[in-house]
Design a protein around this ligand. Structure first.
Ligand code: EPZ
Length: 419
C-alpha cells in the first residue's frame, strides 16, 4: 500500500487547480442510466470513486469512455443488467444511486445494500421509503434491495424527515421519468444537487425549485443525451484553503467558487483566513495567527461534514479553544487519536470535540480510516515539525486527484512512497 511522506514547515504559495467535484460526478454518471445518451460529462475528475462508478455502469451494460486528458466521460447505451453487485457496492456506497434511475427506466432493479462504513451506519431507508411512495415494491433479501414497479413510477409528495443528499439525488432521478408530478420536501440543497438538476434539465427533465429545499419534478416520458460540465469540487477547494491557512501561505484555488463553500467560508474568515473571489477562482491567504472557532456540521448551506476533519486540524494550531460538533455522522472523529499522536490536544465528548490549540504539531507515522480524515493528517503533516508518513493513501486517491503534485506545485515537501 502506498504511503505519503511530508516534511512539515514549508509555506505554500502559488496556484492549485481545483478539479470537477467527486460528489457531483457520481450521481451525474448514474443519471446516464435514464437515457441511451450519450451523456457527456466535461471537467470530470480522474478519481478511484469515478473509476468504480464507471465499472459499475459498464457491468450494467453501458459504454463508458473516460478520457483523463480532456477530462471527459462519455456514457451511452441501454442497461443489459439491472443488478448492482455486492463487490462493487461495498467498495463505494454511492453505487446505490443507480437504484432510482434503473427502477424509473426499466421498472426493476436489484442493488446490493451498501452496509455501514468507517464514518457511520449510513442506512438507505429514506431512498427506499421515497421509492415506495412512488409505487415501488421493495424487498430486502440476501443483502440485496429488490425493487419492482408495475408500469411506471408515479409522482408523489415525499417529505424527507431528515436531509439526505443521496436520497434527494436518487428520488430526483427517479421522479424525472415518473408519471405525474413529484414534490420533494426538505430536500438537500448541496451544490451537487443543483448540478444534477441542471444536467437532468439539459437531458429534457422538468424540474422547478432548484437550489431550494422544495423540488418539483414533472415527469417526462423519456430523456435524451446532453453535454454537461461538472461543477468544481468545493470540498477539494476547502481542503486546499486549509492547507494554505495552516502553513501561513497564500494560494489561488483555480476554478473554485466562494458560494459553494457555504458556512465554511465564514468559519475560515473567523479563524483569520482571507478568502477573495477573483475571476480565476478563490484567493486564500492567512494574514496573522489562526484563531479558534466553534463549528457545527449541518446540511448545506451549513458547515459541511466533509470539511470537519480538515478544519479541526486548523483548530489544532489555532489560538484558544474550539468546539467541533458533528451532527451528520456518528463516527466521524476517527482522525482525533491520530492528531493527538502528533501533539494535538483534542478531547471527544460524544458528538463534540474540544480542541485546545498548541504552538506546534510534531511529525509522526499516522493512519487514517476515511477520505477526509486522511487529508486532515496530510494538513497536520504540512504544519508539523519533522516528517509525517500517512499510511493507507488509497483513501485519499478515492477523492483527491494528484495530491502530491498539487501540494508540491505550491512548495510542499511531499512525496509518495510506493510499495
Ligand atoms: C453524501 O453522502 C456524500 N457522498 C458524503 O461525502 C457526505 O459526507 C454526505 O452526503 C453529507 O453531506 C456523496 O455525495 C457521494 P446523506 P450520503 O444521505 O448521500 C442519514 C465524502 O467524504 N441517512 O446526506 O450518503 C445518514 O446516515 C463523503 O466525500 C439516513 O438515516 O449522505 C447521515 O447521518 C462521505 N437514511 C445523514 O442522513 C437514509 O436513507 C446524511 O446522509 C439516508 C441518509
Amino acid at each position: 500500500m502506498d504511503r505519503i511522506r511530508i516534511r512539515g514547515g514549508r509555506t505554500l504559495r502559488g496556484t492549485i487547480p481545483v478539479g470537477g467535484a467527486k460528489n457531483a460526478s457520481l450521481p451525474l454518471m448514474a443519471a446516464a442510466l435514464l437515457t441511451d445518451g450519450p451523456l457527456v460529462l466535461t471537467n470530470a475528475p480522474a478519481l478511484d470513486d469515478v473509476r468504480t462508478m464507471a465499472r459499475l455502469l459498464e457491468q450494467h451494460g453501458l459504454a463508458v469512455e473516460h478520457d483523463t486528458r480532456t477530462r471527459q466521460i462519455s456514457l451511452s447505451g441501454a442497461a443489459t443488467s439491472l443488478e448492482a453487485p455486492y463487490d462493487l457496492v461495498r467498495k463505494m456506497r454511492a453505487s446505490v444511486l443507480v437504484l432510482g434511475p434503473l427502477l424509473a427506466r426499466y421498472g426493476e432493479a436489484r442493488v446490493s445494500l451498501p452496509g455501514g462504513c468507517a464514518i457511520g451506519t449510513r442506512p438507505v431507508d429514506l431512498h427506499l421509503r421515497g421509492l415506495e411512495q412512488m409505487g415501488a415494491r421493495i424487498n430486502l433479501d440476501g443483502g440485496y434491495i429488490g425493487a419492482t414497479v408495475s408500469g411506471r413510477l408515479k409522482g408523489a409528495r415525499i417529505h424527507f424527515p431528515q436531509v439526505s443528499v443521496g436520497a434527494t439525488e436518487n428520488l430526483l432521478m427517479a421522479a424525472a421519468l415518473a408519471e405525474g408530478t413529484t414534490e420533494l420536501l426538505n430536500a438537500a440543497r448541496e451544490p451537487e444537487i443543483g448540478d444534477l438538476a441542471a444536467c437532468l434539465i439539459a437531458m429534457g427533465a422538468r424540474i422547478e425549485g432548484v437550489g431550494t429545499d422544495r423540488l418539483l419534478v414533472h415527469g417526462v416520458d423519456s430523456l435524451h443525451g446532453a453535454t454537461h460540465p461538472v461543477i468544481p469540487d468545493r470540498i477539494e477547494a476547502g481542503t486546499y484553503a486549509c492547507a494554505a491557512a495552516i502553513t501561513g501561505g497564500e494560494v489561488l484555488l483555480e476554478g473554485a467558487k466562494l458560494a459553494h463553500l457555504g458556512a465554511c467560508a465564514r468559519v475560515l474568515a473567523e479563524a483569520g483566513v482571507e478568502l477573495d473571489e477573483v475571476p480565476q477562482g478563490l484567493r486564500v491567504r492567512r494574514v496573522d495567527g489562526l484563531r479558534g472557532v466553534d463549528i457545527m456540521t449541518e446540511p448545506f448551506p451549513g458547515f459541511a461534514t466533509d470539511m470537519q476533519a480538515q478544519t479541526m486540524t486548523l483548530m489544532c494550531v489555532a489560538e484558544g479553544a474550539s468546539m467541533v460538533t458533528e451532527t451528520i455522522f456518528e463516527n466521524r472523529f476517527m482522525h482525533v487519536p491520530e492528531l493527538n499522536r502528533m501533539g494535538a490536544r483534542i478531547n471527544v465528548h460524544g458528538s463534540s470535540a474540544i480542541v485546545r490549540g498548541v504552538a506546534r504539531l510534531s511529525g509522526a507515522p499516522v493512519m487514517a480510516t476515511d477520505l477526509r480524515a486522511s487529508f486532515s493528517l496530510v494538513l497536520a503533516g504540512l504544519a508539523a515539525a519533522g516528517d509525517t508518513v500517512v499510511n493507507r493513501v488509497y483513501h485519499l486517491d478515492r477523492g483527491y486527484e494528484g495530491v502530491e503534485a498539487k501540494l508540491a506545485g505550491v512548495g510542499a515537501d511531499i512525496e509518495r512512497l510506493r510499495d
